[in-house]
Every structure is written in structure tokens, then in C-alpha cells.
Write a protein that binds this ligand. Structure first.
Ligand SMILES: Cc1cc2nc3c(=O)[nH]c(=O)nc-3n(C[C@H](O)[C@H](O)[C@H](O)COP(=O)(O)O)c2cc1C
Length: 203
């Protein structure tokens, strides 16, 4: 049975374009996969802890320094990594904040990019371990980063592609909308509906 992991990271609830888009994607996916299952995580209300001394000690050792706090920090990562491992499709609603991703999303990335679990250094160099998955990023921004005036400041899409690729998720589709006003964003979200439909149909 197909399984989808749905993650949102906009600090806005009502009125969030990335939340509208990710919800639309998941609804379309559910229509095509009526027996499919979905796990939902909201990084704004359920924000992973930042990388901490406990986490670093728990992950990198030495083993004799392990204690209840270091084990809890690693267990929190394990939980998030298992959510990814169980998913065939990962749908990420990610607004642009200050030319990159929201800090809540970065906190999640810092918890799931873990040596020995989601990537490893093998004989042929670094290897991502989360293979065979598709990620779809629903992104909202104010400015249009297809515009060459803004494009050099787009650290959002290259970062997400790079870091997901590092852990083995190389099939990454980014569906982006932009607008400075709620009305502009609303039009852009409606227009993106066709792209979402085509993406779900092709998956
Ligand atoms: C803290 C913050 C920083 C932002 N930084 C940028 C930015 O660097 N570039 C940009 O084009 N839009 C920026 N925006 C605008 C948002 O990307 C835009 O409002 C988008 O619709 C937010 O996604 P959401 O509708 O899902 O909440 C920023 C908004 C906020 C709240």
C-alpha cells in the first residue's frame, strides 16, 4: 500500500499558500490512491529541537557518554527518519523565508540528515540511503525567482534539492507560486492546480 508523508512549515495557518498547495496535492494523491495512507507533520506546531550537545553526543559518541538525555535526542531523530523511510512520496509545504527555508524546516532537516542512518560514506564516497522515493516541494514566495533579477538570491530550491539528494532523494519536483498580495497568491495557487494534477497523475 502506498504511503505519503505530508509536512508543512508555514508559520501562517489560514492564508498560507504553501499549506493550500500541499493539502491540494495530498487530496489529489488520495483520490488516485484510495487505499494509500498519509502521515501528517506540522513543523510550526510540532517543531523538532535544534541540534544540541545531547544529540551530537548521542549520534557521534563515545558510547560510554550515553545517558537518558542523549538517547532521547537520538530517539527523536529516529522517529522522524522512520517517518521518511516508511513513505513512498514526501510532500513538503515550504515557504521562502529570507531567501531560504523556514528555521523550523531546517530544524527538521538537521534531525533527519544523520550519518549512518540517511547517508553514509562508502567505498565510492558519500551515499544517500533513502532511495526510491519521490519528494514534491510546494513552495510559496513573495518575489518571482524565475526573474533573473531575483534568481541569484534563490537559496531555497538549490538547498532543498541538494540536501534531499545528499540523503538519496534525487527525484525532487518543486512547484512554486509567488505573489506579494493575497490576491496575487490566490491566483497563483489556482493556476498551480493543473501542475499538481499532472504531477499526481505522473507519479
Ligand atoms: C519571515 C518572512 C520572510 C520572508 N522572506 C521572503 C524572501 O526572502 N523572499 C520572498 O520572495 N518572500 C519572502 N517572504 C514572503 C513569503 O515567502 C510569502 O508570503 C509566502 O506566501 C509565504 O508562504 P505561505 O503563504 O505558505 O505562508 C517572507 C515572509 C516572511 C513571513
Amino acid at each position: 500500500m502506498a504511503h505519503l508523508l505530508h509536512i508543512d512549515s508555514s508559520a501562517r495557518g489560514e492564508g498560507s499558500a504553501s499549506r493550500r498547495l500541499s493539502a491540494e496535492y495530498v487530496a489529489a494523491w488520495k483520490s488516485r490512491n484510495p487505499h494509500g495512507t498519509v502521515t501528517y507533520r506540522d513543523l510550526t506546531t510540532d517543531t523538532p529541537g535544534f541540534v544540541s550537545t545531547d544529540w551530537i553526543t548521542g549520534v557521534f559518541g563515545p558510547a560510554e557518554t550515553a545517558n537518558a538525555s542523549t538517547e532521547a535526542a537520538v530517539a527523536a531523530s529516529e522517529h522522524l527518519i522512520r517517518e521518511m523511510e516508511e513513505a513512498d512520496v514526501i510532500v513538503l509545504g515550504v515557504p521562502m523565508y529570507n531567501f531560504g527555508v523556514p528555521a523550523t524546516f531546517k530544524a527538521w532537516i538537521d534531525r533527519v540528515v544523520m550519518a549512518g542512518r540517511t547517508f553514509a560514506f562508502g567505498e565510492n564516497g558519500p551515499e544517500g540511503l533513502l532511495k526510491g522515493k519521490k519528494a514534491v516541494v510546494l513552495r510559496a514566495s513573495g518575489s518571482d525567482f524565475d526573474n533573473p533579477d531575483f534568481a541569484p538570491m534563490d537559496f531555497h530550491a538549490p538547498y532543498i534539492r541538494g540536501v534531499l539528494g545528499w540523503i538519496g532523494i534525487t527525484d525532487v519536483e518543486i512547484i512554486a507560486v509567488n505573489g506579494y498580495t493575497p490576491e496575487q497568491l490566490d491566483i497563483a495557487v489556482r493556476r498551480a492546480g493543473a501542475t499538481i494534477g499532472a504531477s499526481v497523475a505522473a507519479a
